[in-house]
Structures are given as structure tokens and as C-alpha cells.
Design a protein around this ligand. Structure first.
Ligand code: HEC
Ligand code: HEC
Length: 353
């Protein structure tokens, strides 16, 4: 080969090499960008999963899907006396009214609602008042009573407030069964730990007060078709259990209940309503959830005397709707917001949500 041609050949193959290198680089960059934005993604990224766990919140829009911790399979409940007790507990949670409602077969001590109306899928749905961590976290110190509360006392709290009824004796067959079910759900969860999906979803405060007037319009378009124009709900044909539970009025939860706090109701509704919504596929904006909660909790409902609640008033949640308070904000602002200024005014405030 002549030297000139040789030289041309060498520089050509050099050029090809450079081009190949550039193409490879481009492919690499495109691949990185694609996996970053569209890939099945960092389910395997432990740092991100841990951050998500710590936030205990819904996945951010566009981020990877992280399912709530699943409950144990009911098919694994043993066919023994202990298993029968667990199944009875689950039935009491799912169909409380059939056993303990106004026409209950065991006793008549509650308003006709079911635990499951609020603790969806018998307390197993993610961020819909999920029960999975109950066994691991009770007995627990509660600020509301300033006492250590047992699982039985916590269940009775919901019976007396959310079901506007009367307590079950700790030794009753029904209480033993509900506790057995809660313990079965929590099997394998280490003491003191929560799991992803526990309780309710976090929800940022609005920069304004929640608005029952806007909420009334949200109710009319998004809720009324099932819960009724007067929020009265709809009984099943046999009249012994609700198909759609009441949201206010004489058969609803009373004003001592957890859902009577607008933040709890908004957090529940955001992750669970209209029926079919989930924490990772909500159907309402944050503002719709807050405003409809303000509307629902501005309507009449049974009153409960709670002289022993909040012995330390400085521990009342920001949105506790009844005074006296340890600060100078009005009862109205505590109930409807804006909440952020109240949270900011608290000693050692940050995120009193
Ligand atoms: C498609 C029918 C449907 C729609 C629409 C709907 N819900 Fe519900 N809602 C239900 C059912 C059914 C339950 C009980 C779930 C169960 O028992 O498994 C329920 C339960 C509830 C509960 C807890 C129980 C209670 O009665 O206090 C609240 C609160 C609630 N819904 C609020 C709302 C709000 C607010 C909206 C509108 C944003 C809404 N729902 C829209 C069907 C519906
Ligand atoms: C009207 C809605 C509603 C109904 C009905 C209801 N609950 Fe609850 N329950 C809540 C809310 C809201 C919370 C959490 C907020 C709070 O602490 O006040 C809660 C909390 C609990 C907890 C504690 C959960 C935890 O992780 O700390 C238990 C246990 C419980 N409920 C059991 C029951 C049982 C059993 C029934 C039926 C007898 C029942 N609930 C009926 C709304 C309801």
C-alpha cells in the first residue's frame, strides 16, 4: 500500500472509531433518560423506598408504584377454634350492624354503621384507616385521654364515637373476636412498627380556610349520588345494614369521633372516596377533599359529652374543633383553618399535622 493511502485509511478508521464511540455514548444517554423517566424504575432502589416509607405518604405523581403492605391471606386462617374466632372478628368488622346494630342479632348497641364503612376492606386497604399496625402499636399512649390505651379501649372508642353507641365488655365474645382478628392481621409486624399504608394518607394544609360552601358543590357532584341529598345514606333492601352509610344526621358518627376532625375526614376522603378511589389513584384534588370535609362536618350530627378528653389542652390537634385552647386562635379557625398559622405558632411546631 502507498503511504498516502495508508494514511487516508488510518484516519478513516479513526473517524469510524470516533463515530462509533459517539453513537455508543448517545445510546447510553438515551437509555439513561428513558429508564429514568419511563422505566419500571427504582422499585429496587432501597434509598428511595426507604424515603417513601419514612414519608408514609402516597407515591408522588409520576413516581413508581409502591403498593400498600398486603394483609395476610384469609385463606390461611386455620380451621380451628382460634380460626373461627378470627373469622367472627372479621365478620363483626365487616358487618357490624348485623350483629350489634339497631336490629343486631347479638345486641343493639350501635348506630347501624359497620367498622368497614370507614376501615375499608375490613381494615386492610392502604391508607383507608388501615389496621395492619394496630397489634404492633397497642397498648399505646394517647394524648386525647393522656392514658395508655389498650386495643379493647381503642375499639370501644370507635364504638362509642364513630358508631355513636355503647362499649363492649372486654371479656365479651365479640370483643375477644375483634381483638383476635386485629392480632391476626398484625402477625409478623415487629412491635412498635408501622407498615406502608397504615392509617390515613398525609395531606398538606390548604393556604386558606377550608370552605363548606365550595364543599357543598363538591358533595353535590361527587358524593350525593350514593350518600343521598341529605347525607342520610341508603339501607340495603333488608334494612339491616347500609349499602351507602350516612355522612351526617342522627345515624352518623358523633362529634367526638375521629372523622369529626376535618383533617381526618379530608385524609380519608382523599384516599378512598368517591368509592373506588385509592391512595395512589385519588379522584379528588386536595382542595376538593378539604372543602367537602368542611361541608360534611358543618352538618348536624349527634353530640357526645367528652369531659375527660384532652386533659392537657396544649396537646389538642391543630384542627380540634372544640375549645378551650392553649392559644388565642378562635374555635372557628381551629375547626375550619387556615391551619398553618396555628401550627406555626406552636412551640417546637414543624409539621403538627
Ligand atoms: C359510588 C358510591 C359512592 C360515592 C360516589 C361516594 N361514596 Fe362514600 N362511601 C360509599 C360506600 C359504599 C361506603 C362504605 C364502604 C364500605 O362499607 O365498604 C362509603 C363510605 C364513606 C365514608 C365513611 C363512612 C361514613 O358514612 O361516615 C365517608 C366519610 C364517605 N364515604 C364520604 C364520601 C364523600 C365525601 C364522597 C364524595 C367526595 C363520597 N363518599 C362518595 C360509596 C360512595
Ligand atoms: C365513622 C368512621 C369509623 C367507624 C365506623 C369506625 N372507625 Fe375506627 N377509626 C376511625 C378513625 C378516623 C380512626 C383514626 C383516627 C383517630 O385516631 O381518631 C379510627 C381508629 C381506629 C383504631 C386505631 C387504629 C390505629 O392504627 O391506631 C381501631 C383499632 C379502630 N378504629 C377500630 C374500629 C372498630 C373495631 C370499629 C367498629 C366497631 C370502628 N373502628 C369503626 C373511624 C371509624
Amino acid at each position: 500500500m502507498e503511504p498516502a493511502k495508508q494514511h487516508l485509511g488510518a484516519s478513516l478508521s479513526g473517524l469510524v472509531r470516533v463515530l462509533l464511540l459517539l453513537t455508543a455514548l448517545l445510546v447510553l444517554v438515551v437509555a439513561i433518560v428513558l429508564t429514568r423517566y419511563y422505566g419500571p424504575g427504582p422499585a429496587a432502589d432501597p434509598a428511595r423506598a426507604a424515603a417513601d416509607e419514612a414519608r408514609q405518604g402516597p407515591p408522588l405523581p409520576g413516581s413508581y408504584h409502591r403498593p400498600a403492605t398486603p394483609a395476610p391471606d384469609t385463606a390461611t386462617i386455620p380451621r380451628t377454634a382460634a380460626g373461627r374466632q378470627i373469622r367472627y372478628g372479621r365478620a363483626l368488622v365487616a358487618h357490624t350492624a348485623r350483629y350489634l346494630g339497631p336490629q343486631g342479632s347479638v345486641a343493639q348497641l350501635s348506630n347501624g354503621m359497620n367498622c368497614q364503612n370507614c376501615h375499608l376492606d375490613a381494615g386492610t386497604k392502604g391508607f383507608a384507616n388501615n389496621y395492619l399496625a394496630v397489634a404492633a402499636t397497642y397498648p399505646k399512649l394517647r394524648a386525647r385521654s393522656a392514658t395508655v390505651v389498650t386495643m379493647e379501649q381503642r375499639v370501644n372508642g370507635c364504638l362509642e364515637r364513630s358508631l355513636n353507641g355503647r362499649a363492649l365488655a372486654d371479656s365479651s365474645r365479640e370483643m375477644r373476636a375483634i381483638v383476635a382478628y386485629l392480632n391476626w392481621l398484625g402477625q409478623g409486624i415487629p412491635k412498635g412498627q408501622k407498615v406502608y399504608g397504615t392509617g390515613l394518607t398525609p395531606l398538606a394544609y390548604l393556604p386558606r380556610a377550608t370552605d363548606p360552601v365550595i364543599g357543598k358543590a363538591v358533595f353535590a357532584t361527587k358524593c350525593q349520588s350514593c350518600h343521598g341529598p341529605e347525607g342520610q345514606g341508603q339501607l340495603l333492601a333488608d334494612g339491616r345494614e347500609y349499602q351507602y352509610p350516612p355522612l351526617w344526621g342522627p345515624h352518623s358518627y358523633n362529634d367526638g369521633a375521629g372523622l369529626y376532625r376535618i383533617s381526618n375526614l379530608a385524609r380519608y376522603v382523599k384516599a378512598a372516596m368517591p368509592f373506588g378511589a385509592t391512595f395512589d389513584h385519588p379522584q379528588l384534588t386536595d382542595a376538593q377533599a378539604w372543602d367537602v370535609a368542611a361541608f360534611v362536618n358543618s352538618q348536624p350530627r349527634p353530640h357526645l359529652q367528652t369531659p375527660h378528653d384532652w386533659p392537657d389542652i396544649s396537646k389538642k390537634p391543630v384542627d380540634h374543633p372544640f375549645g378551650p385552647y392553649a392559644d388565642a386562635f378562635s374555635e372557628r379557625q381551629h375547626k375550619y383553618g387556615p391551619y398553618q398559622p396555628i401550627a406555626d405558632a406552636r412551640p417546637g411546631s414543624s409539621a403538627a399535622n
